[in-house]
Design a protein around this ligand. Structure first.
Ligand code: ATP
Length: 237
């Protein structure tokens, strides 16, 4: 199957430093792909390069059959690539409803937006209950749900999640990953960046291990979960 997202030999970085060295990653339609790695391995930089915030120095990024390597970030969003950033980054003073509406700012199909808002409330009933409260008053887990729901309001073809489990209690983490699985069952393709390698590989179909800006392993998620090197380095065994 043709890849929905394809990074080919991507090199990117900050100032004099290359943070990514010839990174090649694919996500096919309908897949959950996990990108795991330690602090500073380059996971966030990878997502930023895909969304056009950090520019590639060489290599290519293609999405849905188009070369997006040099495309401005706001145009990439319109093509159907949505990101739920690390640290959630919801708008704390805006209400839950306003946060969700912000997620749809590139859309002009009012009926479609209304339908998707209703879908978000069905998927996350707590957001309906709290829809008129400031986002900043939600718990950490609820804010993560809001961040995911907001990304979905763009009706993306690919959802990129940066560390959705960060700072959340274990039972909330389970809930978040259940949501990711449910979304994927409805056909959503997901690129999941996580330090919580165990949880990420459990929900993903395939995974990549990133070490100091290089892809060092790529395989089916189940195989990575049972790989002795992954177990020693990322699963605390
Ligand atoms: P974390 O889980 O801590 O977010 P990460 O795997 O996402 O880690 P990146 O944030 O992509 O890693 O960082 C990759 C490398 O790039 C690191 O060496 C980091 O110090 C460096 N880096 C990240 N952001 C910047 C920046 N804005 N300016 C300079 N260097 C940066």
């Amino acid at each position: 199957m043709a890849a929905l997202l394809s990074l080919d030999l991507l090199r990117a970085g900050y100032g004099p430093i290359d943070a990514l060295h010839d990174v090649s990653i694919q996500v096919s339609e309908g897949e959950i792909v996990a990108l795991i790695g330690a602090n500073g391995a380059g996971k966030t930089t990878t997502l930023m390069s895909i969304s056009g915030v950090v520019k590639a120095r060489s290599g290519t990024v293609s999405f849905d059959g188009r070369d997006i390597t040099r495309m401005p970030a706001h145009e990439i969003v319109k093509l159907g690539l949505a990101q739920s950033p690390e640290g959630r980054k919801i708008f704390p003073r805006l209400t839950v409803l306003e946060n969700l509406q912000m997620g749809a700012f590139t859309r002009s199909d009012r009926d479609g937006v209304a339908t998707d808002l209703e879908k978000a409330f069905v998927m996350f009933p707590i957001l309906r209950e709290r829809k008129n409260q400031p986002g900043g008053l939600l718990s950490g887990g609820q804010q993560q749900m809001l961040a995911i729901a907001r990304a979905l309001m763009a009706r993306p073809k690919l959802l990129m999640l940066d560390e959705p489990s960060l700072g959340l209690a274990p039972q909330i983490v389970v809930q978040i990953f259940d949501v990711v699985k449910e979304l994927n069952k409805t056909g959503m393709s997901v690129l999941l960046v996580e330090q919580n390698a165990r949880m990420a590989l459990k929900v993903a179909h395939r995974g990549y291990v990133l070490e100091t800006g290089r892809v060092t392993m790529a395989d089916e998620a189940q195989k990575l979960l049972h790989d002795p090197r992954v177990r020693a380095a990322y699963l605390g065994e």
